[in-house]
Design a protein around this ligand. Structure first.
Ligand code: IPE
Ligand code: IPE
Ligand code: MG
Length: 232
């Protein structure tokens, strides 16, 4: 079995819609939040593997602007999980080389969670390892509307370049590969602008079950794509 992927064909930036936590939990007769917990654990494990493979950027969809519509108990569970995991990432930052940044409107969160986000960004600012971007309270339409509003208020001319550099994740390059687990073939308001030329890989595997060999299968598939960007 291959344990590494041809580095010439590696994507520079992988984006993941981590879907299927709820179904993973239901299958085990567990509450929905147990699925989110298993999903968060899987992210920790898989990001280490992604770093090991030499991929430079990883962006993950963790909470959408639409997910607030879920039952209060589930939303509270997700916030609690973010607190716990952000704290773990803060503790890890002493020995880890990962850089953590965020996209989405974080002003919606309580000050104590925003404080953890700021601490994480500051602690990992100069790190040279995998750059992980967490999309929380993220919606592509909200991101684009906020960017356009900012440019209009400044009186800046709006074109592709000014809009690109006003989006939340700038200057991270666009994703080359999008992976969505959980069987749905849709974007659910994720990075609509940045995914313009990404290769898209959909799998039925539920996010907490998506392991190293599944990642390898996605990377192998990516390596076989002919990317033309509209050219010949
Ligand atoms: C994705 O898992 C994680 C979040 C949306 C926070 P889901 O909770 O959507 O899992 P399914 O789609 O119900 O299985
Ligand atoms: C997308 O999954 C959001 C995240 C993974 C955070 P959803 O489960 O919210 O998407 P839909 O509702 O199936 O489109
Ligand atoms: Mg879902």
């Amino acid at each position: 079995m291959r344990t590494t992927v041809d580095s010439r064909a590696l994507p520079q930036h992988v984006a993941i819609i981590m879907d299927g936590n709820g179904r993973w939990a239901s299958k085990r007769l567990l509450p929905h939040n147990a699925g989110h917990r298993a999903g968060a654990q899987n992210l920790r494990k898989l990001s280490e593997e992604i770093e090991r493979l030499g991929i430079k950027y990883l962006t993950v969809y963790a909470l959408s602007t639409e997910n607030w519509a879920r039952p209060e108990k589930e939303v509270q569970g997700l916030i609690k999980l973010m607190h716990e995991y952000f704290q773990q990432y803060i503790d890890d930052s002493k020995k880890n080389d990962m850089k953590l940044t965020f996209i989405g409107d974080v002003s919606r969160f309580e000050p104590d969670l925003r404080q953890k986000i700021e601490t994480l960004k500051t602690l990992t600012k100069e790190k040279k390892g995998l750059h992980v971007t967490l999309a929380i309270n993220y919606g592509a339409r909200d991101e684009l509307a906020r960017a356009a509003r900012k440019l209009a208020e400044e009186g800046t001319y709006i074109d592709e370049e000014t809009l690109t550099r006003t989006l939340d994740g700038f200057p991270t390059p666009d994703p080359d590969l999008l992976i969505r687990t959980g069987g749905e073939m849709r974007l659910s308001n994720f990075m609509l602008w940045q995914l313009a030329y990404a290769e898209m890989y959909f799998t039925d595997i539920l996010w907490p079950d998506f392991g190293k060999k599944d990642l390898n299968a996605a990377l192998e598939w990516f390596g076989g794509r002919a990317r033309r960007f509209g050219g010949r």
